[in-house]
Design a protein around this ligand. Structure first.
Ligand code: MG
Length: 389
């Protein structure tokens, strides 16, 4: 039986191409962080026992949430180039060397288990193997002025993907030799293997195994994922907490300085409680009090993130995702406006959706009723979710 491990390269910065400030491998795509989808493919679909992520030192927080519940090896830190990052992953496996190692890009979340099986088989036979597709478009080279220089023979060209698969010992030796000679600029492992004199076999890649690169890629894949979820549901939630002595409230996970605090058994975040009930409502799956009884002392002072994430997990377990969240907060004070975008960002982050799918609105009640008298805060939330039909 061939012992197989995989190195997943997720150390890139990649913030510019995909838009936003989060590296693209940690951005949501089709309802899940891209890296999470990639790791699930290797661990769950292809059933690989050892998957070695390589991440940037700044990204541990992102990694923890992306990989939650997925049994990978502890991540190691990458370097300035892809090649340095791959080598870090290979070295981390060296105490218990596998027979075959796959090197896979985090930005290819849609590789199938069948492709991965082909990669393992080809590497076990040939020592080095890469998935590739024929080129169907005509390919031309252009000169510095942007004029066509010549037309290439596309019959001998291939588009190369990952996972690339290698005899582990041979690839590690090639990486060490390249590093010792000051070469750290190979853009894929096959190029390094060729340089080291290894014969690299080619096997059939998959058109669906795309490298997610541009903001357009994200938008298109998101739209396709939504289209598959035809059961559209709406849930509503409402929550009330009373003011008590204190110096801040927590709304949507954001700490807001105030003349009072909100009382309640957890952190009394009315906004996240209303959102939690809205998501549970869309699932017809009880309410926050049924899942987290206020009589249970373990929720005393708890951050309300966990209640909201629990509801979102119930949604994910049914193959669904959030399409939109709309939150209304009613109080005379504190002022919500200055904190609106921070709340939207935090709620979007927790829900794994883009911030343009989260609305936060606020109003007073014109000094009428208990909110008008400044006795507490009410939050109303609406969640639109989509489930498979
Ligand atoms: Mg509550």
């Amino acid at each position: 039986m061939t012992d197989v491990a995989a190195v997943v390269v997720a150390a890139g910065r990649g913030t510019r191409a995909a838009g936003g400030s989060v590296p693209k491998q940690f951005r949501p795509i089709g309802g899940e962080t891209m890296l999470r989808r990639t790791l699930l493919t290797l661990v769950q679909d292809a059933k690989l026992a050892r998957v070695q992520p390589v991440i940037h030192p700044d990204d541990h927080g992102y990694f923890q949430s992306a990989a939650a519940g997925i049994p990978t090896l502890p991540p190691v830190h990458g370097g300035a180039t892809r090649q340095i990052s791959v080598r870090a992953g290979l070295e981390a496996l060296s105490d218990t060397p596998p027979d075959v190692v796959l090197v896979h890009d985090a930005a290819r979340p849609f590789a199938s288990a069948a492709l991965i099986a082909r990669a393992v088989k080809a590497a076990a036979e040939c020592g080095a193997a890469i998935p590739a597709l024929p080129v169907t478009d005509t390919v031309k080279t252009v000169d510095a002025e942007g004029h066509v220089d010549k037309t290439l023979d596309r019959s001998i060209l291939r588009l190369v993907q990952t996972p690339q698969a290698f005899d582990y010992a041979a690839l590690l030796a090639a990486h060490r030799t390249a590093a010792a000679q000051g070469r750290d600029d190979f853009t894929d492992d096959a190029a390094l293997a060729e340089w080291a004199g290894m014969k690299v076999a080619v096997f059939a890649g998959e058109p669906g195994n795309i490298k997610v690169t541009t903001a357009d890629d994200f938008a298109r894949i998101d739209a396709e994922a939504f289209a598959r979820l035809g059961d559209v549901r709406t849930g509503s939630g409402i929550d009330v907490h009373a003011f008590a002595p204190g110096d801040h409230v927590t709304l949507g996970g954001i700490r807001i300085g105030h003349t009072h605090a909100l009382t309640g058994h957890s952190d009394a975040d009315v906004a996240l409680h209303a959102l939690t009930d809205a998501v549970l409502g869309a699932l017809a799956d009880g309410d926050i009090g049924a899942h987290f009884p206020p009589s249970d002392p373990q929720w005393k002072g708890a951050s309300s993130d966990r209640f909201f994430l629990f509801a979102l997990d119930r949604l994910k377990a049914r193959g669904g995702r959030v399409a939109h969240l709309d939150l209304n907060i009613v109080c005379e004070a504190p002022k919500i406006g200055p904190h609106r975008d921070a709340m939207r960002d935090n709620i979007a982050r927790l829900a794994g959706i883009s911030v343009d799918r989260v609305a936060v609105k606020a109003t007073t009640s014109e000094r009428l009723g208990f909110t008008g008298r400044g006795e507490g805060i009410v939050a109303y939330a609406t969640a639109t979710v989509r489930l498979p039909l």
